[in-house]
Ligand binder design. Structure first.
Ligand SMILES: Cc1cc2nc3c(=O)[nH]c(=O)nc-3n(C[C@H](O)[C@H](O)[C@H](O)COP(=O)(O)OP(=O)(O)OC[C@H]3O[C@@H](n4cnc5c(N)ncnc54)[C@H](O)[C@@H]3O)c2cc1C
Length: 233
């Protein structure tokens, strides 16, 4: 996996604190939906991060990553980058990808953990793979939902994508489950959970909590649980 130079083509504000960066890559490498890349903004470990690829391999012409912007030096530098700016990338990495036995799957995600899931869903929809998807996506409020319009469009295009928003600050006019993802919420919204492979992605504490619900409260076998930990949150 050689380090490559990439030029920022487009910057998209997804939520008040989340931005997507679409890159033009001279010699794009093949990757699988759900994999991640490393992004170096300049010299030094402080300016390098692992980030999921939020685009799908079916979206030719750009590679996209999506970052939650914090107070870190990396985030501040990134936030100031504009189209035409350059970064160094290395990819693909990771095993948070579709595999045999993924005809029926479920995603559990929180906040920025949606990035590789957006990639996989877009891939399934574009290729019309027939995979049956249930997605529980937890956020604090409506304005924190990343890729909201994207998912709304995908749901119109693909009948086998069921998305349930779970909001800790529920808005009365917005269709969602109020609270957090619990065993009860899971059972109520994914009745056939025992037949699905589960993909969990988010900050480490969230991934751990979801893993415990699935394995301890719902007795799912370990081989049916695939995780991606966003170390650093
Ligand atoms: C496979 C993978 C995919 C990821 N995908 C995304 C993504 O799509 N979007 C996104 O916003 N973030 C993603 N992350 C998290 C990302 O790499 C950063 O860790 C996170 O964005 C915090 O960086 P920061 O510069 O904003 O904050 P910082 O303030 O630098 O980080 C917060 C704290 O975490 C520590 N930290 C930072 N990075 C790491 C690390 N890699 N391991 C352990 N501790 C660390 C810092 O020392 C600090 O204490 C991913 C992480 C991994 C491992």
């Amino acid at each position: 996996m050689p380090v490559q130079d990439a030029r920022i083509k487009v910057v998209i504000q997804r939520t008040p604190s989340v931005k997507s960066f679409r890159l033009e890559v001279a010699e794009p490498a093949p990757y699988l939906a759900g994999q991640f890349l490393s992004v170096a903004l300049k010299e030094g470990a402080e300016f390098k991060r692992y980030l999921s690829i939020s685009s799908s391999p079916t979206e030719k012409g750009h590679l996209e990553f999506t970052k939650k912007l914090t107070d870190s030096a990396f985030s501040k530098f990134l936030d100031n980058l504009r189209p035409g700016g350059n970064v160094k990338i290395e990819y693909p990495f990771g095993k948070f990808t579709l595999r045999d036995g993924c005809e029926k799957i479920a995603f559990l995600s929180g906040g920025i953990g949606i990035t590789p899931i957006r990639s996989i869903c877009k891939y399934v929809v574009d290729e019309n793979l027939g995979v049956d998807i249930a997605l529980l996506y937890a956020n604090r409020s409506v304005s924190d939902i990343v890729f909201r319009e994207d998912f709304e469009l995908m749901q119109k295009q693909y009948a086998r994508l069921k998305l349930v928003h779970v909001l800790s600050e529920a808005a009365p006019e917005f269709k969602c489950v109020a609270g957090r993802i619990t065993a009860g919420v899971l059972k109520d919204n994914i009745a056939d959970y025992a037949d699905r492979k589960f993909f969990i992605c988010g900050p480490p504490a969230m991934v751990e909590a979801m893993k415990n619900i699935l394995s301890q409260e719902l007795s799912l076998p370990k081989e049916n649980i695939i995780t991606e930990n966003f170390q650093g949150y």
